[in-house]
Design a protein around this ligand. Structure first.
Ligand code: NAD
Length: 374
């Protein structure tokens, strides 16, 4: 077994995972393979899940959230609970003096998100937040290419996510059509975080929202055929204007028989760059310059290790006294953009976005979560 994590500056950083559901498999698989962290406890309100995941991934202890929060060897909590529990679990972790990595969204409510970041500042701990796909090889390569000037001055972005919606395949899809969800809140964080990484903060947004049907029918699983209510817009077309002057057109739709997703193009004065799917860590980049008849493929360079990459970047940044990249401030900004888009779909007016964050520096191509930091 690995050594007990040290609270000082050396040895693996002690991690407690709270929330041992679906996505915990990917996190535990990766976090138990990264040498800079050591998962010391798996926790869940459902003890059988915590015990099963601890056994499956060789984690020495399992228990309740309180057990993880009170654990002396835990320095950072990875919060993989459901969105309605994010704020409560993150606040409790900060109160226990732990750094926190949270799954998206940071919270459902901008005021609660701001309160969490102030609480963390006062306690001297860090908050980081998914998606860390923005740290994957695909999007980091795109970031480095744009920084190097290959598309000239970046002017605009076009993103597209459309399909029939998750009721066709998800056995319990109700929560995805409830307030705080829909295509905007469920998948918007991926697309908006890419643009935040490439353009920095936005200053205002506008949107049209549509809800063509007030109920849908579950398409698979034991409850197939059951109708349920749709409470949120299932078609959201948004515009965003960035502080740097760039403009973006974004479509989030679960009202299309045709499925297309992962489409993100950045157009500059000299070329258009097609960025890989923002819900993935890898993928080629394609470029088309003025006068080109076709796209030229540029392979992605760097680590594409998967979920948990942001935790390693955060741990290394804490130890180096540097900024971590998938920051709580960026996640709060993305949350504010989504709530402003939702408001604009009702008000039919541009809505301001006030929060700001510092766009993080790109990762070096040699950055590797599988090799211990020196
Ligand atoms: N499932 C995916 O493919 C996926 C992908 C990306 C991101 N996410 C995000 O990951 C998070 C978790 O999603 P999931 O699909 O794993 O959900 P899930 O329902 O499968 O698992 C959540 C777990 O958290 C536990 N939990 C809830 N509240 C708790 C609390 N207060 N204290 C302790 N444990 C608590 C539940 O018992 C459950 O085991 C969500 O924020 C989701 O948006 C999920």
């Amino acid at each position: 077994m690995s050594p007990v994590p040290s609270a000082s500056g050396s040895g693996p950083f002690g991690v407690g995972v709270i929330g041992c559901g679906n996505i915990s498999k990917q996190y535990l698989q990766n976090l138990t393979s990264f040498p800079d962290v050591q998962v010391v406890i798996c926790a869940d309100i459902d003890a059988t899940r915590a015990k099963a995941q601890a056994a499956a991934y060789g984690v020495p202890e399992w228990g309740s959230a309180a057990d993880a929060l009170g654990h002396r060897d835990v320095q950072l909590i990875v919060n993989l609970t459901i969105p309605v529990s994010h704020a409560e679990v993150t606040a409790a972790a900060i109160a226990a003096g732990k750094h926190v990595w949270s799954e998206k969204p940071l919270t459902h409510d901008v005021a609660a998100g701001r309160a969490l970041l102030s609480q963390a500042d006062a306690a001297g701990v860090r908050v980081g937040c998914a998606p860390d796909t923005v740290l994957g090889a695909g999007l980091q390569t795109a970031r480095r290419l744009i920084d190097s000037g290959v598309i000239g001055t970046p002017l605009s972005a076009l993103t597209l996510l459309q399909g029939p919606g998750p009721q066709s395949w998800h056995p319990d899809p109700e929560f995805l059509f409830a307030p705080g969800a829909g295509p905007l809140f469920d998948l918007g964080p991926y697309y908006l975080s890419v643009l935040a990484t490439l353009f920095g903060p936005a200053r205002q947004v506008a949107a049209i929202g549509r809800r063509p049907s007030e109920s849908r029918v579950i398409g698979s699983g034991p409850r197939a055929g059951t109708a349920f209510d749709v409470a949120v817009p299932t078609y959201v077309a948004a515009l965003a204007e960035y502080v740097g002057g760039q403009a973006a057109s974004l479509l989030f739709s679960w009202d299309s028989p045709l499925s297309r997703s992962g489409f993100v193009e950045i157009t500059g004065t000299e070329a258009t760059l097609a960025v890989p799917d923002p819900n993935r860590f890898d993928g080629d980049i394609r470029i088309r310059r003025a006068g080109d008849d076709d796209w030229t493929v540029i392979p992605a360079e760097g680590a594409a290790a998967g979920r948990g990459t942001g935790v390693v970047d955060m741990v290394r940044a804490i130890r180096a006294g540097a900024r971590h990249r998938a920051s709580g401030e960026m996640a709060l900004h993305v949350l504010e953009m989504m709530t402003a888009i939702e408001r604009s779909a009702v008000s039919a007016a541009f809505e301001p976005v006030e929060s700001r964050f510092e766009a993080p520096a790109p990762l070096d191509t040699r950055w590797d979560p599988y090799v211990a930091a020196q």
